[in-house]
Unconditional design. Structure first.
Length: 420
């Protein structure tokens, strides 16, 4: 078995991390130890102990344990498991069904489990890396408790690595491994909170290390080669996609170029579609920079065109260019506020006809009806201010200029007076 599987904790004393839900005296810990386990959804990043926790539940309570993956199992598998569970239930034994990656089950598959969760035939433990609010049916979700497993700290991962190195029964204790301090720090850091990733890389590094005088030296370069790259929690199709783009947008809005460029790098390194980022930059240019620096929209559009033209990996240059420009630019949300206020009146007030003086008069009949009468051509008579809104909205003010950047100057040219 792989090292990560061999080192899977067998008791709560061996379980590392998640003290806020599994520490002594916590509700879930008490429920497991008193055999009062509810159906639950375990939500968290890879390598945080979701599968291990499900196995501990079954082992601690003495329940029959079934594990399936939503990637390969179907309704027929669920029906077989339910039938077997009904037989065990009549004999007085509980059944725990662990569904790994439950978010990959479609609605029909999730609905197939629902009645048996409700009547207690099975205790369901579902594991997901995706937000269950969006990926698990509301009916099933309402019958289960959701527990959030957090990414392991570097200290937690370090403890797991040290245990694997010293454990002679299941780990590497008999192989005389010497892991350099720099190698350990690199292994823990690159694991990114994923214990499974750390153990898999450690096992590969040990297998690759030359044995000299009975000792296998695992160095930092060997660890880097074994790990290949940092474990990533970014999923361009999952919740991390939305969380990270939100962090990116809010960093640009907050005029924090350092944070903005960091979140950009996180997205692109995770395989995000660069055109998705470019579209968000175009929106940001009008939504958050707006008239304070109208050149921001030009820069964002140029970045979108450049990325479309040159592609990746070089496309990060125009995206980074636009990100830094917009983050450093003065900010104004007057564009969105003005449009929102105008739209509210469009939807909530009477839509009066266009004032006669604003209408075109291409025919004599229309001129006779007063179309275009008393219209003042602004270029000829700029000082004259006309009422250009419907009369019932004559007092409305939708555009309120910001006080930064170009908009502070623009405000001086906005006509404030209305003729009666």
């Amino acid at each position: 078995m792989p090292l990560a599987a061999r080192m899977r904790p067998r008791t709560f004393d061996e379980f590392v991390g998640q003290d806020d839900i599994l520490g002594p005296g916590r509700a879930l810990r008490r429920a497991i130890e008193t055999d009062a386990v509810p159906s639950m959804i375990l939500w968290g990043p890879p390598g945080t102990g979701k599968t291990t926790l499900a196995e501990l539940v079954a082992r601690t309570t003495g329940a029959h344990y079934e594990r399936i993956s939503a990637v390969s199992a179907g309704v027929a598998d669920l029906r077989r498991i339910v039938a077997d569970s009904q037989v065990r239930r009549r004999g007085g034994r509980r059944s725990v069904l662990f569904i790994d990656e439950i978010h990959r089950f479609n609605k029909a598959q999730q609905d197939a489990v629902l009645p048996y969760v409700e009547d207690g035939t099975i205790t369901l433990i579902g594991a997901t890396t995706e937000n269950p609010s969006f990926e698990v049916n509301s009916a099933l979700l309402s019958r289960a408790r959701v527990f959030v497993l957090k990414q392991l700290s570097d200290e937690d991962v370090g403890r797991i690595v040290d245990r694997a190195l010293t454990d002679s029964e299941r780990g590497l204790g008999r192989r005389n491994v010497r892991l350099a301090d720099a190698g350990r720090a690199t292994l823990v850091g690159l694991a990114n909170g994923d214990a499974r990733s750390a153990l898999n890389a450690l096992e590969f590094a040990v297998a690759s290390a030359p044995e000299i005088d009975g000792i296998r030296d695992v160095t930092k370069p060997l660890v880097i080669e074994a790990m290949q790259r940092r474990g990533s929690t970014y999923d361009k199709g999952g919740e991390a996609h939305y969380d990270t783009i939100s962090a990116f947008i809010k960093s640009v809005r907050a005029s924090d170029p350092d944070a903005a460029i960091y979140w950009l790098a996180r997205m692109l390194d995770g395989g995000e579609d660069p055109l998705f980022v470019a579209r968000r930059l175009v929106i940001l240019a009008s939504e958050d920079v707006g008239l304070a620096d109208s050149r921001g929209l030009q820069v964002a559009i140029a970045a979108q065109q450049a990325v479309h033209f040159i592609g990746m990996p070089e496309g990060f240059f125009p995206l980074a260019h636009a990100t830094l420009y917009l983050a450093a630019a003065p900010k104004s949300n007057s564009v969105g506020r003005a449009y929102g206020a105008a739209l509210a009146d469009v939807q909530e007030t009477r839509n009066d006809p266009v004032p006669l003086h604003l209408r075109n008069a291409p025919t004599g009949l229309m001129r006779g009806l007063g179309y275009g009468k008393d219209y003042h051509y602004a270029h000829d008579d700029y000082a004259v201010v006309q009422l250009n809104l419907p009369e019932n909205l004559s007092e409305r003010r939708y555009y309120s200029p910001g006080k930064t950047g170009d908009e502070a100057v623009t405000a001086e040219s906005v006509k404030k007076e209305r003729i009666e």
